[in-house]
Write a protein that binds this ligand. Structure first.
Ligand SMILES: CC(=O)N[C@H]1[C@@H](OP(=O)(O)OP(=O)(O)OC[C@H]2O[C@@H](n3ccc(=O)[nH]c3=O)[C@H](O)[C@@H]2O)O[C@H](CO)[C@@H](O)[C@@H]1O[C@H](C)C(=O)N[C@@H](C)C(=O)N[C@H](CCC(=O)O)C(=O)O
Ligand SMILES: Nc1ncnc2c1ncn2[C@@H]1O[C@H](COP(=O)(O)OP(=O)(O)OP(=O)(O)O)[C@@H](O)[C@H]1O
Length: 489
């Protein structure tokens, strides 16, 4: 595409220098810039891309897009000044990659808890019915079998367009995206033409960033508004009918709502649920009739997640009977109520619960089959969202014994994190332990045959963030190793 056509959208612009006819790529990160490319300076929250234009020129950028006059030698690079680079990057990226999201189906999943699980379930179900999908979320990216680690749950606006383009070029049918509230509030999803958007639930989280639950809820709603108003298109909202935000979100978009939940009236509804140690059964009432479901995922929250995934694919046109068949080979999602497979007299689970609601759901999962005690280990992270710490501990108090520890200390004093959590404890049935490895061993040492132990907060992650460093750490490996010592299992 001609560079002049690429920038034709911007009404308010000044061009200093001669515009090259072509560019080799678009970048907003100076560290990635290639010879003959366009570098756009975007303002961040803590960093301003305008500080990196020299580095971009040194690496060969031939066009710099900025919001202000910069000291650019016009024989080296052409400077384009636009009104708002934050918005400009969305337009440039979508146009440069030729609007890839309109060439495949895009399913976006948002909500406080369950995004990773639902996106992975959709991805697995699609695989089981022979359709190709790519996945973007907390666990990273998966495109055509290739795994790529990413820093954020929801990538930045330019990376998203690049990924969509890559998926289109690989003939992938669907892109399944986790949509975080940070991503929505920072415009990382701009320019994406979603076909189906899914809402899991909303509960307390990220109030260091959004300040109030109302603001958090409204930011989540941006995803539903992003479906647009073009009624010639088939688009759907898949909403959890049992969540208080259901009614509000259903009016954020003119498109049809497909609801799911456990209450009367939901289009996808689970009833007669039986919870076991390693499987869950329920009766599914769906728009295409009643089906008996048996799945290896545990807990009521996963019943919601499976309903959400099925409703999303039903919205895309897959018959429910085909989805029910596809469920048979479904594997549990790593680190989400994942049973530790070890031959010991205790039952252990690793769970990524790191919000008050998720902790409550995690504990509730095992209550139906708990014969002895539940020991619950839980941590919170440093440097962020201190508000939720006492509420997490309060929910954890429902266990018979609690070990409070740290997920990722980052730069914060661990004793402060533990003290914040301790404020929420309702009973004196707990120990505070800074070192997560020792805390896991301690929880196992406290156990007796017949007990259940849940290690919550880190899920499948294989590191802890200490300061700015990622230090190797795996709850699963530590639990297995220590169980061997305690039970010779
Ligand atoms: C507070 C926050 O959300 N910060 C996000 C924000 O960073 P930022 O504004 O500080 O600055 P920046 O984007 O790094 O830098 C600004 C510009 O300078 C450029 N730059 C920067 C450095 C350099 O050497 N050269 C250069 O050109 C950058 O490429 C960028 O264009 O924009 C970045 C790009 O999108 C994000 O990676 C970054 O997320 C940080 C790492 C983060 O931790 N965010 C968390 C809070 C977050 O977003 N979490 C949600 C999931 C939450 C959940 O559900 O659990 C997520 O989606 O990951
Ligand atoms: N539908 C749900 N309702 C409530 N809690 C849930 C639900 N699904 C999962 N959880 C809990 O939340 C934890 C994290 O699940 P998951 O990773 O799927 O959520 P997420 O929204 O992707 O989280 P994050 O954005 O922080 O990565 C699980 O381990 C479980 O404890």
């Amino acid at each position: 595409m001609d560079t002049s056509e690429l920038i034709s959208y911007f009404k308010i612009k000044q061009i200093i220098g001669v515009l090259p006819k072509k560019i080799s790529g678009i970048y907003n990160d100076s560290r990635e810039v290639k010879q003959g490319s366009l570098f756009i300076c975007t303002r961040g929250f803590t960093v301003d891309g305008h500080d990196f234009y020299q580095e971009a020129i040194e690496k060969g950028a031939s066009v710099i897009v900025a919001e202000k006059q910069l000291d650019v030698d016009s024989t080296q690079a052409t400077l384009i000044i636009v009104k708002d680079t934050f918005k400009a990057v969305a337009h440039l990226a979508a146009k440069y990659y030729n609007y890839p999201s309109s060439k495949l189906s895009v399913i976006g999943v948002t909500g406080t808890n369950g995004k990773t699980t639902v996106t992975n379930l959709i991805h697995s179900l699609l695989g089981n019915i022979g359709e190709k999908s790519a996945l973007a979320g907390t666990i990273g990216l998966e495109i055509a079998g290739e795994q790529i680690i990413t820093e954020n749950t929801t990538c930045d606006v330019l990376t998203n367009q690049r990924l969509l383009d890559r998926a289109v070029k690989q003939n992938i049918d669907h892109m399944i995206m986790e949509v975080s509230s940070h991503g929505l509030s920072q415009g990382r999803l701009w320019g994406i033409d979603f076909d189906v958007v899914v809402f899991t639930n909303l509960s307390q989280d990220h109030l260091d960033y959004h300040e109030t639950m109302e603001q958090y809820g409204y930011v989540k709603g941006l995803l539903f508004a992003q479906l647009g108003q073009d009624l010639t298109q088939d688009k759907y909202l898949v909403l959890n009918q049992d969540d208080p935000w259901y009614r509000i979100y259903s009016y954020w978009s003119p498109f049809e709502v497909i609801s799911y939940g456990l209450q009367e009236g939901a289009d996808f509804r689970a009833e007669k649920i039986t919870y076991k140690r390693d499987q869950t059964q329920f009766t599914l009432e769906s728009p295409e009739g009643t089906f008996e479901i048996r799945m290896s995922l545990l807990g009521e929250f996963n019943v919601y997640n499976i309903l959400a995934a099925m409703a999303a694919l039903f919205a895309k046109g897959t018959p429910v009977s085909q989805l029910v068949d596809a469920l048979k080979d479904l594997k549990p999602i790593n680190g989400r109520m994942e049973k530790v497979e070890i031959d010991a007299p205790v039952t252990m689970y690793i769970d990524y619960a790191h919000t008050p609601d998720a902790i409550e759901k995690s504990i509730n999962t095992v209550l139906p089959f708990k014969d002895n005690r539940l020991i619950f280990l839980v941590g919170t992270g440093g440097d962020r969202d201190a508000f939720k710490r006492p509420f997490m501990a309060e929910k954890a108090s429902a266990a018979d014994y609690v070990v409070l520890t740290i997920n990722d200390p980052r730069h914060e004093d661990p004793t402060v994190i533990l003290k914040d959590m301790e404020k929420g404890m309702l009973h004196d049935n707990y120990t505070l332990m800074e070192n997560r490895k020792e805390a896991i061993s301690h929880a196992i040492d406290l156990s007796e045959p017949g007990d259940i132990i849940i290690f919550a907060g880190k899920g499948q992650e294989d590191y802890q963030i200490v300061g700015s460093e990622k230090v190797p750490h795996s709850d699963l490996e530590i639990a297995k190793e220590h169980c061997l010592i305690k039970y010779n299992a």
